[in-house]
Design a protein around this ligand. Structure first.
Ligand code: FPP
Length: 233
């Protein structure tokens, strides 16, 4: 049975989950953190090698101050406490996104976790925090332009591999499967370059309700896909 090597997840619907229950949106994010932990456990047990979680987009900074603050505290708590379980199990953890926009203690924690686990080659969790694919692509373009300007690079040498190596996902294989919960069917600036040949799975289930059974449904659906990568079968 074909198992995706890399699964990207757009964890959507925390706010609606809370609203439906008359709870503050932050309660949805808290429950969403529990879902995240369970999904990572299932992914690892299933044999998936990489999971990228879209936890906070570059655009999410414009949400109300209290919501941003709650999310920051959830990330803080996750990185300082919950993550220890993954560390004990030898999981590699890395971060993509504009790290410099976070508070110093969070930046320090991200750097520390990343360097502590960088040589591990088992299960790999990538947290997309303050991430936006267009911004990531622009940064790569700027780096390449600098190299051309300084005479280090001939523009004709810029091929897809060269370009990919300047993205924050350079060390990560392209996602095979992208899951988005909550019924929205859009990409929202997630891994635009990397998902050129990804399969998509959209489910109406809200992220806090996305349990092991729902995840396995997504994997079973992936199993039925015929991937041709532009070729014929
Ligand atoms: C989208 O739902 C979700 C987010 C913007 C935050 C995702 C965060 C978590 C799942 C929890 C914490 C993550 C870590 C890494 C500890 P939404 O708020 O846009 O929901 P809505 O569309 O229903 O309003």
């Amino acid at each position: 049975m074909p198992i995706p090597t890399h699964v990207g997840i757009i964890m959507d619907g925390n706010g609606r989950w809370a609203n439906k229950r008359g709870l503050p949106r932050t309660a949805g994010h808290k429950k969403g953190t529990e879902t995240l932990k369970k999904v990572l456990k299932t992914a690892r047990e299933t044999g998936i090698k990489v999971v990228t979680l879209y936890a906070f987009s570059s655009e999410n900074w414009s949400r109300p101050k209290e919501e941003v603050e709650t999310l920051m505290n959830l990330f803080r708590d996750y990185l300082k406490n919950d993550v220890n379980e993954l560390l004990k199990e030898g999981v590699r953890i890395s971060f993509i996104g504009e790290r410099e926009r976070f508070d110093d203690d969070l930046i320090e924690k991200m750097n520390q976790i990343e360097s502590q686990t960088k040589d591990l080659n088992g299960f790999h969790v990538v947290l997309a925090l303050s991430y936006g694919a267009r911004g990531d692509i622009l940064k790569a373009v700027q780096q390449l332009a600098q190299k051309v300007k300084s005479g280090m690079l001939d523009p004709n040498e810029i091929d897809m591999g060269q370009f990919s190596s300047h993205l924050s996902t350079a060390q990560i294989p392209d996602p095979d499967l992208i899951i988005r919960t909550s019924g929205e069917q859009r990409i929202s600036n997630f891994l635009l370059w990397e998902m050129a040949y990804s399969e998509f799975y959209f489910t109406p289930v809200l992220w806090p309700d996305f349990d092991e059974k729902e995840f396995k449904k997504a994997l079973a659906d992936f199993e039925l896909r015929h991937r041709r990568f532009g070729n014929i079968s």
